[in-house]
Ligand binder design. Structure first.
Ligand SMILES: Nc1ncnc2c1ncn2[C@@H]1O[C@H](COP(=O)(O)OP(=O)(O)OP(=O)(O)O)[C@@H](O)[C@H]1O
Ligand SMILES: [Mg+2]
Length: 405
């Protein structure tokens, strides 16, 4: 093992067996006795990377891509089918919600139990006990059985225990998202403090912003394959490419659920370049068009077309409608397109989705709405956080500089 590395993952693969409990006849059951019916499934394939001492590496990927399985292999909870994991130092992990807690025991007993599993002597735990409880903000509840804790309380206790054992390596899976914002901010501060103290961290989150903020590098997993490793910003970029390529964000999910016949409906929504081509990638700040294809069963003159753009946390970052543009379309029975041209989309890099709705003028009733009808990616040159990306100039003026000769 390289002396600068805290974690080395060598050519690691993990296979699960998926058992099929088919409704079989007694005869079949007898025939298949002791011959289990299963399918092999590779959750991880030839994963190879390292984490340097003091480095924070993120793992990103869609649901089911193998992130938690990888963390469990690193934490030693799962045994890899092939390959190996090498670790240098004491490891502490915060995996799935409530993992490692005994529901029947109190918070207090669980702290002692967890610490003892990590090999920390009782005396040492007693010294850190108050800090753990204070960090978790569970002073009033520490003697309650943890089965009565809310999911936020579980995570707070889990995180407090995981960090207060002062590990050399910390492994965190997702769970931070469960705590409220104040607690998340506190955890982030703590993570930063641990980074300064040289702790190596392996970190799974679904938040691209958090990955960019906390991790220097990140691994991208896709169906068990490591498809990218590199700078966090580039990893997020590659992850977004996967989303776009696979078009996995099921647009149909955004369809309003009613089955009733609609007078007019949104058939599709597409992003267009300035020259009218349908695109799914655009540079931040470029102009673009959003075209809504509709199908109408009647002649209508009371339709308001609404388009919205939302980011991947669901925040609407842009919205426009024909009424506010003082454009009152007269719709004839049949299909047609209505196009909105947007001068500039100065948004930070990431995945965005366009929604469209057709509303009956003067009411709050939609004739039809199609959310997340179109997914696209915006590329920004800078590693920006937040919502908008726009050129900035900076200047320093020193006001107390009165020295003159
Ligand atoms: N014990 C198990 N037995 C069988 N299959 C499993 C087991 N654990 C995980 N899997 C499968 O392995 C794949 C990867 O699961 P994993 O939990 O690692 O995904 P993930 O990337 O953490 O997803 P998420 O973002 O939803 O947390 C999934 O298809 C999952 O169903
Ligand atoms: Mg997971």
């Amino acid at each position: 093992m390289d002396k600068n590395h805290s974690i080395e993952v060598h050519d690691l693969s993990k296979r699960f067996k998926l058992y099929h409990e088919k409704a079989t006849s007694l005869k079949e059951k007898v025939v298949n006795f002791r011959r289990s019916v299963f399918e092999e499934f590779w959750a991880l394939k030839n994963i190879d990377f390292y984490v340097e001492q003091g480095e924070t590496v993120g793992i990103v990927g869609r649901n089911g891509s193998g992130k938690s399985t990888l963390l469990k292999c690193v934490a030693g909870i799962l045994r890899p089918t092939s390959g190996e994991v090498l670790l240098r130092g004491q490891i502490s992990s915060l995996l799935e919600l409530g993992a490692g807690f005994q529901p029947e025991l109190s918070g207090r007993d669980n702290i002692y139990l967890n610490a003892s599993l990590l090999g920390i002597p009782v005396k040492e735990v007693a010294k850190r006990f108050d800090d753990i409880v204070a960090f978790a903000e569970l002073e009033h509840f520490i003697d309650n059985q943890v089965k009565f804790y809310s999911s936020g309380m579980y995570v707070r206790l889990g995180f407090a225990v995981a960090i207060n054992v002062q590990p050399d390596i910390l492994i965190v899976d997702e769970v931070l998202a469960v705590g409220d914002e104040t607690f998340q901010a506190k955890c982030l501060d703590k993570i930063r403090e641990m980074q300064r103290n040289g702790t190596s961290i392996l970190f799974v989150t679904h938040s691209p912003d958090l990955t960019k903020k906390v991790c220097s590098r990140a691994v991208v997993l896709q169906e068990g394959d490591m498809v990218f490793i590199g700078e966090a910003k580039d990893a997020i970029d590659s992850y977004h490419d996967i989303i776009i390529e696979q078009k996995l964000l099921d647009a149909e999910l955004g369809r309003s659920s009613s089955n009733e016949e609609k007078i007019i409906s949104v058939e599709s929504v597409s992003l267009k370049s300035v020259n009218g081509q349908t695109i799914d990638k655009i540079d931040s700040g470029d102009s673009a068009g959003i075209t809504v294809q509709y199908k109408s069963e009647a002649d209508l003159d009371d339709c308001v077309f609404i388009v919205e753009i939302q980011n991947d946390s669901g925040t609407i970052v842009f919205s426009s409608n024909t009424d506010s543009l003082e454009y009152y379309p007269v719709i004839e029975k049949g299909t047609g397109n209505i196009s909105f041209t947007i001068d500039a989309l100065p948004l930070t890099g990431g995945i965005y989705m366009a929604n469209a709705a057709i509303r009956k003028r003067g009411t709050s009733n939609d004739y039809d709405r199609f959310d997340r009808a179109c997914t696209f990616k915006i590329t920004a040159p800078e590693n920006n956080l937040g919502i908008i990306a726009t050129p900035v100039q900076v200047k320093l003026e020193s006001l107390n500089n009165t020295i003159s000769i």
